[in-house]
Design a protein around this ligand. Structure first.
Ligand code: UDP
Ligand code: MG
Length: 319
């Protein structure tokens, strides 16, 4: 019988663990596959880990990884994917916003030989506020423009991955992990299905506004060097402009005696503009350099503090 691993990152989700496991059990028991749950406690400050441990005593197929601190959702997902042993892996949030019912549909497509079945938010997203909808749209527009992959608006970390895709993702030894992009990048046979997110069952979303901006910038940059080309283009444009403009200045000075001494405002404006532009371009280059620096340090993307499983080859042994 084929085995499915469900990888679930959790950060301060103490009241969601029990209802989620209940919902998943209801859906999964009728599918004819065997299952394992891999909860990744991403440095929760509340009782999340204990709640998971309680579930693992009731259901032997519940496994957990406790990370040593909060590493962020994508790194938590990475930890879970590396520990998963299933023939397919499903990743989903722990706040019940990703409807467990949809797993059946994913499994149907998997049986039809799709390697990746991923979800995106159906357009009518009644729960999001206006500015959230707008900023999320801008985020995907930006990413599609600046990188070499095409992401659907509202693409989610709720997806099924075949074993061969998981193996491929596990080989990608990147510091800046952005699964929504990486899964697209690896290719294979992919199927997108829309979903309507439910309300968060309990607790609050962990992402603040600034965290989201940082995430957006990082994801764009880790996916492409196109911003570097863009600033090179801007630089080139202005150098060409000055190549034409400088002879004009000299000719009007030497041959026509024009010194345009009254040009203070235009000089200040130009100096300020180019000063700003240069700093901006340096900043873009610097951000890439920073990424190289972080990658060169080869630090682990996550550290496991405790777990009820260890991986040996392709098998998990329970401790
Ligand atoms: N999460 C995590 N680490 C973090 C932030 C979030 O593991 O640093 C988990 C969280 O527990 C949830 C999922 O990632 O299962 C999505 O987070 P959240 O609901 O806060 O964000 P949103 O629904 O707005 O995407
Ligand atoms: Mg959520």
């Amino acid at each position: 019988m084929k085995k499915i691993s469900i990888v679930i990152p959790a950060h301060n989700e103490q009241n969601n663990i029990h209802p989620l496991v209940n919902e998943l059990q209801k859906v999964l028991n009728s599918t004819g596959y065997t299952f394992e749950y891999i909860f990744v406690d991403d440095g929760s400050k509340d009782n999340t880990l204990n709640e998971i441990k309680i579930q693992s005593e009731i259901h032997p197929e519940v496994r957990y990884l406790e990370l040593s601190r909060n590493f962020g959702k994508d790194h938590a997902l990475q930890a879970g994917l590396e520990m998963a042993t299933g023939d397919a892996v499903i990743t989903m949030d722990s706040d019940l916003q990703h409807p467990p019912e949809m797993i059946k549909e994913m499994l149907r497509y998997w049986a039809l030989d799709y390697d990746v079945v991923y979800t995106y938010r159906a357009e009518a997203n009644a729960h999001a506020k206006k500015y959230q909808r707008f900023s999320s749209k801008m985020f995907y527009k930006g990413i599609n423009m600046l990188s070499d992959i095409e992401l659907e608006n509202g693409i989610a970390d709720f997806r099924l991955l075949d074993r061969k895709v998981v193996d491929q993702l596990n080989l990608m030894d990147e510091y800046e992990i952005f699964f929504r992009g990486m899964v697209k990048w690896v290719g294979f046979k992919q199927k997108a299905i829309p979903y309507t997110p439910a309300n968060r069952f309990s607790g609050e979303a962990s992402y603040s506004f600034f965290k989201l901006i940082k995430l957006a910038l990082n994801s764009m940059m880790s996916f492409s060097v196109r911003p570097l080309y863009a600033v090179t283009g801007i630089g080139l444009f202005f150098s060409l402009f000055s190549v034409l403009y400088i002879p004009y200045v000299f000719i009007s000075y030497f041959f026509f005696g024009q010194t345009t001494a009254s040009g203070w405002a235009s000089i200040i404006a130009t100096v300020a503009f180019f000063g700003g532009l240069q700093l901006f371009v340096l900043g873009v280059i610097g951000m890439y350099l920073g990424k190289l620096f972080m990658q060169a340090k080869q630090r682990p993307n996550y550290i496991v503090r405790s777990s009820n499983l260890v991986k040996t080859g392709n098998d998990l042994i329970e401790l």
